[in-house]
Design a protein around this ligand. Structure first.
Ligand SMILES: [Zn+2]
Length: 360
């Protein structure tokens, strides 16, 4: 088996620009010949990390963390040196197929693999059912609410039918019962059954874009259950780290130079209908450090757009204060009393929503 020579490692390092690689994870500002960013390795308030394109290194003047592109990825993604080298080779299109670099995957990740697989599978099954006779009424409801086919595809919206479907499918695919229950998709009772039944299903993603949970919405006037039901937290679904639409908004945020922080995923979809894509939503929790770390990787400018009701206002000023303390530039979008973007879109359409947002 060929070993990676120092020469090959240098070639890999030189195949990328450290500025591009770090820029994928942090929001960079040009300062003279260098770039600066808020340091992700300590609780940074002013950009203390400097990245030098000339020397291809980074350095934080406060906590002292520094090194080359491999060091950054190792520390930032908490991966091994060899994993970092592989990752850079991938970015720089350096062929490593003659080297058999077996990377030992971390046990915790390995354990979670079936949970990710089940969510991916569930998403496909729900999508399928939306286009069957069983999902017809749900589909009709979505059409009435201005969900185009393109939008349904973009957000991978589906339908969980009344009869249990996931349990049988998971069993056929050979998943263990213990994992099914851990996933939160199957509920254990006198018999196993699907948590979500007769609901319109919205997949929820982690920051890497993997499906980790769902939100199910009722759609018939006769349904008396709670309007939305979310997956319970699990090994892979952690609300304090979940920002809906995070993995899909990067380009739009870069272009706009700021991000809208919204209250719920339906608001993200309403904004999308109005052509606004630089948005993320928290999933029914207060703003956490984990959320802020994720936001920091995209931009320093946040427009807070939480509910116009009283509880929303209080949550908003708290979130604004915390964001400012963490070094963000924050502006607050006050929506007309008691309204969220989704309701404004429903009542006043694309123009109406643009009109409200334009004021800020
Ligand atoms: Zn630092």
């Amino acid at each position: 088996m060929a070993r990676l020579s120092q020469e090959k490692i240098n070639e890999i390092r030189q195949s990328v620009d450290i500025v591009d690689v770090i820029g994928e994870y942090l929001s960079l500002q040009k300062k003279g010949r260098n770039y600066v960013a808020l340091c992700p390795f300590h609780d940074d308030k002013n950009p203390s990390m400097s990245i030098s394109p000339d020397r291809q290194i980074f350095m934080c003047f406060v906590c002292g963390t520094g090194g080359n592109v491999f060091t950054f990825l190792q520390k930032y993604l908490k991966i091994s040196y060899i994993e970092a080298v592989k990752k850079v080779a991938e970015i720089g299109h350096v062929d490593l197929s003659e080297y058999h670099l077996d990377v030992v995957s971390r046990p915790i990740v390995k354990e979670n693999v079936p949970l990710y697989q089940m969510h991916e599978e569930a998403q496909k099954i729900y999508s399928y059912y939306l286009n069957t006779k069983l999902g017809l009424e749900a589909k009709t409801y979505l059409m009435k609410r201005h969900f185009s086919d393109e939008l349904i595809k973009e957000f991978r919206i589906g339908y969980a039918p009344l009869q249990a479907t996931l349990y049988q499918a998971f069993e056929k695919l050979g998943f263990q019962e213990i994992d099914m229950i851990k996933s939160g998709l199957i509920v254990e009772s006198y018999q196993h059954f699907d948590r979500f039944q007769d609901r319109i299903m919205f997949p929820l993603y982690n920051q890497q874009g993997q499906v980790v949970g769902f939100s199910g919405r009722i759609y018939k006037p006769t349904q008396t259950e709670s309007k939305y039901m979310n997956s319970p937290e699990s090994e892979i679904f952690i609300k304090g780290q979940t920002l809906y639409h995070y993995h899909q908004c990067k380009e739009a945020v870069k272009e706009a130079g700021f991000i809208y922080l919204l209250e719920g995923f339906m608001d993200v979809i309403a904004m999308y209908k109005a052509g606004i894509e630089n948005t993320v939503a928290i999933m029914g929790t207060a703003l956490t450090k984990g959320h802020m770390q994720a936001l920091r990787r995209l931009t320093h400018h946040v427009r807070l757009c939480l509910d116009g009701d009283q509880a929303g206002q209080a949550a908003m000023s708290k979130a604004a204060r915390e964001l400012e303390e963490a070094g963000f530039q924050v502006s607050i979008v006050v929506l007309p009393e008691g309204h969220d973007p989704d309701e404004i879109y429903e009542e006043h359409g694309q123009e109406g929503l643009h009109e409200v947002l334009k004021k800020f």
